[in-house]
Design a protein. Structure first.
Length: 152
């Protein structure tokens, strides 16, 4: 009986170790450098927020989105949960959080990004509808209509 208990205990320890190690591999955590409104860098790993899109360089709203993300993150630790696949530019795709709040949800709800429905499947639709109805951020600006086509 003691031998069986020892074997079961060993199996539980191995399972716990395996789960904790695999989840650590799916998380990036640290101070972030903001690249734009939907991309950051943590320890030289470029991380693209999954399911949202913010204006690119030279598009209306780019500076606003980037500046608001810089202000939101400030000097806090960002925790990102990586998705399985990288994007077409070989960046990590993840949902990132500051103090437990989703940065993607924050960016869309405040009008600094949109719900990129092709990838999000509508995950941020409510946040986007709120921002559009209140004319927040980019939704009050005259922006590039081709950008909005990516939005839900």
């Amino acid at each position: 009986m003691k031998k069986l208990s020892l074997i079961l205990f060993s199996i539980l320890v191995l399972i716990s170790y395996s789960i904790s190690n695999s989840s650590e591999k799916n998380v990036a955590k640290g101070k972030a450098r903001i690249i734009d409104g939907d991309t950051i860098d943590i320890d030289k790993e470029k991380i693209r927020f999954g399911g949202i899109n913010s204006p690119e360089r030279n598009e209306v709203g780019y500076k606003l989105a980037k500046d608001k993300l810089i202000k939101k993150i400030a000097n806090q630790v960002v925790t990102c949960v990586r998705e399985k696949n990288k994007d077409k530019h070989q960046r990590t795709v993840a949902e990132c959080f500051v103090d437990g709040e989703s940065l993607s949800s924050f960016m869309v709800k405040n009008g600094y990004a949109c719900d990129f429905i092709y990838y999000s499947k509508g995950k941020y639709a409510e946040e986007q509808e709120y921002a559009k109805s209140k004319k927040l951020g980019i939704w009050k600006m005259k922006y590039n209509p081709s950008w909005e086509k990516k939005c839900g």
